[in-house]
Write a protein that binds this ligand. Sequence first.
Ligand SMILES: [Zn+2]
Length: 219
Amino acid sequence: MHGIDFYGTIHAVKILAVSDQVVERMYTLAPGGHFHDVDLILGCGDLPYTYLEYIVTVLNKPMLYVPGNHDPEFDWKDSRSRAEGGSNLDLKTARHKHLLIGGFGGCIRYRPDGVNQYTQLEAYMRAFRMLPLLWKNRIEHGRALDILISHSPPFGIHDDTDPAHQGLKALNWLMGIAKPRYLLHGHTHFYRNNLEEQATTSGSAKIINVFPYKIIEVS
Ligand SMILES: [Zn+2]
């Protein structure tokens, strides 16, 4: 298995996670070697695909992402609408080295014509569609997920009371079912001091607001 050496030691996977805001410094940091030891890129939505494509091209590492509700080039009528060089992980699972990763795009519906917006009930229906993949992982690997990436935060965690920034209850449910060690999300932009770390523990999961980017090492 990748990620485990001859002595059975599991090496940490260094992840660059991005969401919601183009960080201009990325255009100097990435080619300058700042992220040279990153193994995997994760996108949590609401970013221009050109930005994702730039990062994946410069770092030349695998990228998994979920769509947000403001992906500028996202066209739900066009299945080719995607960030080249990356994989859209919405309602899918993937394996990178020893890590099992799942994806859940979109956010709460707050506009009738909004793209990738779902009512709480619709989000549950989408989450149910992941069950066969989660069961498959549990049978094959003894666990469903290590990391869940989403655009929306879960309900009641890093979310807000205004209609556009309520978290999805389906994500709380998914965390209970899949028991990931990490949930990485975007969508909510916090500048408040009380959320400086932007990391919260819920059950066994560490929940991290990626906005606008985070480096995370996962063993
Ligand atoms: Zn959003």
